[in-house]
Design a protein around this ligand. Structure first.
Ligand SMILES: [Mg+2]
Ligand SMILES: [Zn+2]
Length: 199
C-alpha cells in the first residue's frame, strides 16, 4: 500500500478512532462482566456512590492490558428497563468505575451494556452475543484469541455464543444454574489474569 493511500485511509477512518489506538491489526480482547467480577455484587447497582471494586482488580486489568488485550466490559443492566434506575444513573455508575480504575492506573477501552428486560428478545442481553459483535466491529477484535470473564452461567454461555473462551470467577453471585461443563473457574479476577497469561 502506498504512503498516500495509507494517509487517505487514515483520514477516512477519522482521527478520533486512531487516537484511541485502533489500528488496522486485529487485537484480542478480554471481555469483562461488571457486577460480581470487577464491582462488588450489590444487585441492580444504579448509584455511583455505591461503586466498590474488589481488591486489587486494577492489578489484574493492568497485567492483561500490558499483555496486549483490549479491556471491554459487557454488562446486563435490566434495572434500567425495570425502572429501578435511569439510563443516566447507570452511565454514572460506569463513569465512576472507569474513573476509579484509571486513577489506579487501569484503563478500560470500552463499556457495553444491555438496558433491556430478560424476555425482550433483544440481541444484546447476555448470553446473546450482540455486545461482543458490536465491540468486534468497533475495536477490530480478534475473537479467536479473546476471553470472557464473568461470575454467572450467562457469562460462560456467552463464550460459546460469541466464539470466545469463557473463564468464571467465584466472586459475585455465580448462578447456581447449569454452568457448561469444561468451563474453568478461578477465585477472582487476579487469578483469572494469571490463568490467561499462563495459557
Ligand atoms: Mg456478574
Ligand atoms: Zn439488550
Amino acid at each position: 500500500m502506498s504512503k498516500n493511500r495509507r494517509e487517505s485511509n487514515n483520514m477516512h477512518d477519522g482521527v478520533g478512532l486512531w487516537s484511541l489506538g485502533i489500528g488496522p491489526d486485529k487485537r484480542p480482547a478480554i471481555f469483562l462482566d461488571r457486577d460480581g467480577t470487577i464491582l462488588d455484587e450489590l444487585g441492580y447497582l444504579g448509584d455511583p456512590d455505591k461503586v466498590v471494586l474488589y481488591p486489587r482488580v486494577q492489578d489484574a486489568l493492568m497485567l492483561l492490558r500490558e499483555a496486549g488485550y483490549l479491556l471491554l466490559i459487557v454488562t446486563n443492566q435490566s434495572g434500567i428497563a425495570r425502572g429501578y434506575f435511569s439510563l443516566e444513573d447507570s452511565i454514572a455508575v460506569n463513569l465512576k468505575m472507569i474513573r476509579i480504575l484509571s486513577e489506579l492506573g487501569a484503563v478500560i477501552d470500552g463499556v457495553y451494556f444491555c438496558p433491556h428486560l430478560p424476555d425482550s428478545g433483544c440481541p444484546c442481553r447476555k448470553p446473546a452475543s450482540g455486545m461482543v459483535q458490536k465491540a468486534e466491529t468497533d475495536f477490530n477484535v480478534n475473537l479467536e484469541d479473546s476471553w470472557i470473564i464473568g461470575d454467572t452461567d450467562k457469562d460462560a454461555l456467552l463464550g460459546s455464543e460469541a466464539g470466545i473462551r469463557p473463564l468464571l470467577v467465584k466472586t459475585g453471585k455465580r448462578d447456581k444454574g447449569a454452568v457448561p461443563s469444561g468451563v474453568p473457574a478461578v477465585a477472582d479476577l487476579n487469578e483469572a489474569a494469571r490463568y490467561i497469561l499462563e495459557e
